[in-house]
Structure formats: structure tokens, C-alpha cells
Design a protein around this ligand. Sequence first.
Ligand code: COA
Length: 142
Amino acid sequence: MLKPRLGKRDQLEDLEIREGLDGLSPARIATLYRRAPLLRPVDEPAEVWKMFERSSIVLSAWHRGHVVGIARALSDGVLHTYLCDLAVEPDVQRSGVGRALLAELMSRCKGTELVLRDSDLSSSFYQYMGFRRVDNAWVKNI
Ligand SMILES: CC(C)(COP(=O)(O)OP(=O)(O)OC[C@H]1O[C@@H](n2cnc3c(N)ncnc32)[C@H](O)[C@@H]1OP(=O)(O)O)[C@@H](O)C(=O)NCCC(=O)NCCS
């Protein structure tokens, strides 16, 4: 069990951060992502599991037996890290879970550039957490 790195507004006691797929399943991930919400192909369990198995870093936050947050990233460990998913259960949002997951993730890929795609729901969070917007990114669906 990892000791969560929590921020100043922490209200959640007994938060546990786990690394890897331990305790996760496509159904648990789907429930969290639907509720957060985070748009991912949660109706396709095999695809969800492939996404998780092929990730470099998977962290989950647990509270009283329930998964309340997930962070998932691809990283080469030297230059680049892409934050694929960060989702927190709505009932415990603003309780330090997202910060704890992000801090733990960043400690695992220190020295790299962390890149992500935001949404209307999360852009102010990333700004608050010290990220800067870039205008030189390109995207192509292949
Ligand atoms: C965005 C999200 C991950 C934040 O997680 P969270 O657990 O609620 O965030 P925390 O409680 O750890 O917040 C850390 C700090 O950011 C602030 N914060 C949280 N959400 C914020 C927001 N939307 N805008 C600005 N600040 C925000 C908190 O007040 C807290 O500040 P403090 O430590 O000074 O008190 C969560 O709200 C979420 O899952 N949203 C829906 C899914 C989503 O949009 N994911 C990101 C797409 S990749």
C-alpha cells in the first residue's frame, strides 16, 4: 500500500493508493468512468482491459473497499508521459483524491514532460495544478 500524497483540503481519511491492476476489473472501471464522467469505450470490456494492460502506469485510489479514483498513463520514463485518464468518483471529488493520484503518478515519471487532453470539466483543475496550455500539439486519428 502506498501512502497517499494529499493536499491541504483533504477530507478523506483511510485513502489507499494502489499501483497496477490489482482489484480493478472492466466493470469497476466502467462504473467509475460513467459516474465521473470520463468518456471512454466502457461498453467494450475487452478493449478497456487492453487499454489498462498496455499502460505503463495504472494507479487506483481506494476508500472503504471502493475504487474512488483512477489515473492511467503511458510513459517512456525519460522524456514523455501521456496522462490517458484521471477520474474521481463524484461523491468524493474535491477531497484531494485527484491531487493524490496525480502526485503519485508524477513521482513515477519525474523528469519527463507530462501531456494530457482536458475537457470542459477539468481544464480549470489542470490550470490550478500548475499545467500550462500549449498550442503546438497535433492530433490525427489513425
Ligand atoms: C478533475 C478531477 C480529476 C479532479 O479530481 P478531485 O479529486 O476532485 O480534485 P482534488 O480534490 O484532488 O483537487 C485538488 C485541488 O484542485 C482544486 N480543484 C478540483 N477540481 C477543480 C476544478 N474543476 N477547477 C479548479 N480547481 C479544482 C481543488 O479545490 C483542490 O484545491 P486545494 O488542494 O487547494 O484545496 C475530478 O473532478 C474528475 O474526475 N472530473 C471528471 C473527469 C475528468 O474531467 N477528468 C479529467 C479528464 S482527463
